[in-house]
Every structure is written in C-alpha cells, then in structure tokens.
Design a protein around this ligand. Structure first.
Ligand code: PLP
Length: 332
C-alpha cells in the first residue's frame, strides 16, 4: 500500500460557510479547490484539522473510533482560531457520510480508514490580518491506510530539546498547521544531525510532547505524563492509554516534570509516544546534549506492550469495548 497520507478514496464530504450559514453537506469527488490568491488561510493560517480512524472488524462491522472526542476538539480549535464552528451534529454527520461512501475501501485491520476533517478560512482579503475569516470551507478527506508498522515496531530514537518551542503556552492545545510549521525545522535538524526519529519538546526543561504525539513515561507502577495545561495537544490516544493504564492498576500521574527527572528515570523506565496514526510507539533512546540515554532495555517494555495490545484489541473489535469508544457506522 502507498505511504501513509498519499492514498485517498474517490470522494470527500464538503460544506462551506458564507453569510453566516453553513451549506448542507455534500459528497463530491476528491479534487483540487480553486482558491483566490488572497485567501485568508494562505496568509494568516486560519486552519485546523483532526485525524481519526474508522475500522472494519473481522466480522465486517464498521465503526468510528471516539468520533465525539475528535469533533469536540475540532470545535475548540475552530473557536480558538475564530473560524466559524460547525455544529457537533454536522461534524458527526460528515464523518459518517465520508465513511459510508468509502465503506468498500476500508482495508482490513490493522489497516483502517484514516479521516482528515479540515477547516480553513477563505475570505479573499489580505487586509484581514487582524480580522477573522468570514467565510470558510470544511471537508472530510478519507485515506485508506495499511499497517503503520508493516516494517516492525522499532523503538524510536528521540531528541530531547530543552530550548526550542513547538508552540506557545496556550496555543499548544490547538490542532493547527501553524504548530507543525513551528516544529518542522527542529524535527528535520534532529533527523539530519542525530539520526533522531522525533523531537521531544521540553522548553526550559519542561517535558511536553513531540511534534505530533503525546509522551508518557512508565516506571515502578506509575505512568507519568504532562497535564493538559494548554501547552500540549489533548490527545484522544493519550486519554485511551491513561484510562487503560488506570484500569490495569497503574497509578496515573499527570504533573509537570523536567528533563533532568526524565533522564534520571530513563534507565529503569519505559517511554512511549501516543497518537492516532501509530497508536503507541515505544521510545528506546533519548538524545540530550549529544549524549544518548537508553530507556529501560532499549526494547519495547511489558507495560507498553500490554497497553498497546489492549487498545488495538478494542480498535480491531477483538475485545469488548467497556468504555463505549467504538461508534458503529450509521448506515444512511
Ligand atoms: C494530533 C496530535 C496528537 C495526537 O492526538 P490523538 O488524538 O491521540 O491522535 C498529539 N500531539 C499533537 C501535537 C497532535 O497534533
């Protein structure tokens, strides 16, 4: 299968906002948008997005994974960016419409249908630097994805950066392209200079998250992660892992912790990244100030393995879903 993110179904769901109103949802071919060169998003980055998955189980049933959470987060992102906010009902309907249209193209588990809801400002006005967009486009782009770990689940080498900022103290919780733009140079440099897969942003020593995933440390029956204080993305996968960890008997500690503390814990800990695309990925090495510190044995640890398997079993439909995370596709 094509690389993650480059393969799309033939249809997407769209809606546009103008004169104070959203148009009704439309199923249309995946095709380029025609944008005026003065379009707001191109100049002032009025954009937010989501990423979630729909799965087809071995029995053939189709479900969306925690769509309510993704919809609520998209509404919060839109609100923070002063973009028009589609209603919860319309957002959910758009997701189900997109999945229903692609129901014949959902790869078998561990493949899935990745959904990319996107919202951007379209006012053709380069004078609107200090004004919100008064028109917008919303769409859901479906992308069939294969096994993210077809090449095996290899622990990551992660650069710990205590200087660079991924975002700002309050904008970090917004799922917007601007935050990715802010992180890009550091991620590329870490790859080129250190062979690192990701950068763990820890400005001023405060351990936050990587460019696109939350970060957890597990040590001595405690799972440690940064609290949702506005500086990090409130990951849906993070919430799943914290829930499963609590129910498995780990003590979940959401508090700030420093790079020094992380490096001290690392040799006897497990560490992992969480996010929709990769679920849970172990971190095997941290690189700080040019020195490599191994996390635990350097291999995926027992807690990471267990929590990942539990979440994957709920997603694939092979385990019960006591939390109500699977939402069956509404067949229109
Ligand atoms: C999307 C994203 C995550 C992961 O969120 P999930 O809801 O678990 O997919 C984490 N950090 C950032 C910066 C993100 O953009």
């Amino acid at each position: 299968m094509a690389a993650f993110g480059t393969n799309f179904t033939s249809q997407m769901v769209t809606s546009s906002y103008s004169a104070g109103q959203w148009s009704s949802l439309k199923l249309e071919p995946v095709q380029p948008f025609a944008l005026h060169p003065a379009t707001h998003v191109l100049h002032y980055a009025s954009e937010c997005f989501e990423g979630l998955k729909a799965y087809r189980t071995a029995a053939g049933d189709i479900h969306l994974f925690r769509p309510d959470r993704h919809v609520a987060r998209m509404q919060r992102s839109a609100e923070r960016l002063l973009l028009p906010i589609p209603s919860e009902e319309e957002l959910l309907r758009a997701l189900h419409m997109a999945v229903a249209a692609a129901s014949g193209e959902i790869p078998a588990y561990p493949g899935a249908l990745y959904l990319r809801p996107t919202l951007f400002g379209t006012s053709a006005d380069i004078g609107a630097a200090a004004r919100p967009a008064d028109s917008a486009v919303f769409y859901v782009l479906p992308s069939p994805v294969g096994d993210y770990f077809a090449g095996g689940l290899k622990p990551l080498r992660v650069k710990v950066d205590d200087k660079a900022q991924r975002s700002t103290p309050s904008f970090g919780e917004v799922k917007t392209g601007g935050n990715y733009a802010a992180a890009l140079r550091e991620v590329v440099r870490a790859k080129e200079e250190l062979g690192a897969d990701q950068v763990l942003f820890a400005p001023g020593g405060d351990v936050q998250e990587t460019g696109a995933a939350n970060f957890v440390v597990i040590e001595d029956s405690h799972l440690l992660t940064k609290p949702l204080d506005g500086s990090i993305l409130p990951g849906v996968t993070r919430d799943c892992i914290l829930t499963l960890a609590r129910d498995a008997g780990l003590t979940v500690v959401e508090r700030n912790f420093t790079v020094a503390e992380l490096l001290e814990l690392a040799p006897r800990a497990e560490a992992a990244l969480t996010g929709t695309a990769a679920v849970l990925t172990p971190v095997g090495e941290l690189v700080y100030n040019g020195e490599t510190v191994r996390v635990g044995t350097g291999e995926m640890g027992p807690w990471s393995t267990r929590l990942r398997e539990q979440l994957c079993a709920i997603q694939s439909g092979t385990a019960d879903d006591p939390y109500g995370w699977r939402v069956p596709l509404h067949q229109a």
